[in-house]
Write a protein that binds this ligand. Structure first.
Ligand code: DGL
Length: 277
């Protein structure tokens, strides 16, 4: 891959995949990014493999029609359940393998994985970690309440502290030394998670490790120039969204966003404006 300013397509079931985009922006500031949040069909984290694959393929087709040079499946659930069966023409990455490698690099002996129900059920993180290091112990915990808490903007709320403490209790009792954040939304809970885990547990985030892999492949051509100039940035599409999506997107990216609505299965004509933006 050698285009000096590649167009990278990124999709997730919702807004959370923008944590991967934020990491990509830091590493590849000159790359243009087109992001699709499939908010109309969120959550993926409770759905079957067949459904997640069907939705993911529609997202891939939509992004490829927009002429992307490379593609990132930012959704952990889609990476865990659908990645190997997707029909993709460009180079592409999921977040699962990079997250698993980062966990193996950080871990001493016991990795805790927190993720959606579907990701946990797939066992994909456990397999990926144990394939890299069969000596590591892996314990998983599904945390279905965390995505809605983030979507509600309650990252630093007392209720979130209590929910996190409850989910982590069995993992901490079992003395994990590394916690892999296996869901797009969880990097936004890093503060609460760090406080709950304490200094003995290392937190690993697949957004950061995925962007490192993409940077390695796309090369330094897209890195910060001498003037530190940024590309025109991120074009944001969603399949359904209200003002809350745009607010959370701005918080994650740290820059103003303009959101366009699109139907991935229907018309590829004019994107529509979001009400109340
Ligand atoms: N994007 C999903 C993931 O990373 C979380 C939200 C959902 O369940 O769709 O697993």
């Amino acid at each position: 891959m050698s285009s000096p300013e590649p167009l990278i397509g990124v999709f997730d079931s919702g807004v959370g995949g923008l944590t991967v985009v934020a990491a990509l922006r830091r590493r590849l500031p000159r790359a243009s990014i087109v992001y699709l949040g499939d908010t109309a069909r969120l959550p993926y984290g409770t759905k079957s493999r067949r459904t997640v694959l069907r939705y993911s393929q529609a997202n891939v087709d939509f992004l490829e029609r927009r002429g992307v040079d490379a593609l990132v499946v930012a959704c952990n659930t889609a990476s865990a359940m659908a990645l190997q069966d997707l029909d993709v023409r460009t180079p592409y990455w999921g977040v699962l393998e990079p997250g698993a490698s980062a966990a193996v690099a950080a871990a001493d002996r016991h990795v805790g994985v927190i993720a959606t129900e579907s990701t946990v059920r797939s066992g994909a993180y456990e397999h990926a970690i144990r394939r890299l290091d069969p000596g590591l112990r892996v314990s998983q915990q599904a945390c279905p309440l965390l995505v809605p808490l983030v979507e509600e903007g309650w990252e630093e709320d007392e209720i979130t502290e209590r929910v996190v403490a409850r989910y982590l209790e069995p993992l901490l009792r079992d003395r994990i030394d590394t916690l892999l954040l296996g869901c797009t939304h969880y990097p936004l809970l890093r503060g609460v998670l760090e406080r709950a885990c304490g200094p003995a547990v290392t937190l690993v985030d697949s957004a950061e490790s995925t962007s490192r892999e993409v940077e390695r492949e796309l090369g330094k051509d897209s890195g910060v120039g001498a003037d530190g100039a940024r590309s025109p940035g991120v074009r944001l599409f969603a399949t359904d969204a209200g003002p809350r999506f745009a607010k959370l997107a701005e918080r994650i990216l740290g820059e103003p966003v303009a959101l366009e609505l699109i139907d991935v299965n229907g018309s590829y004509g004019q994107p529509q404006e979001v009400e109340g933006q």
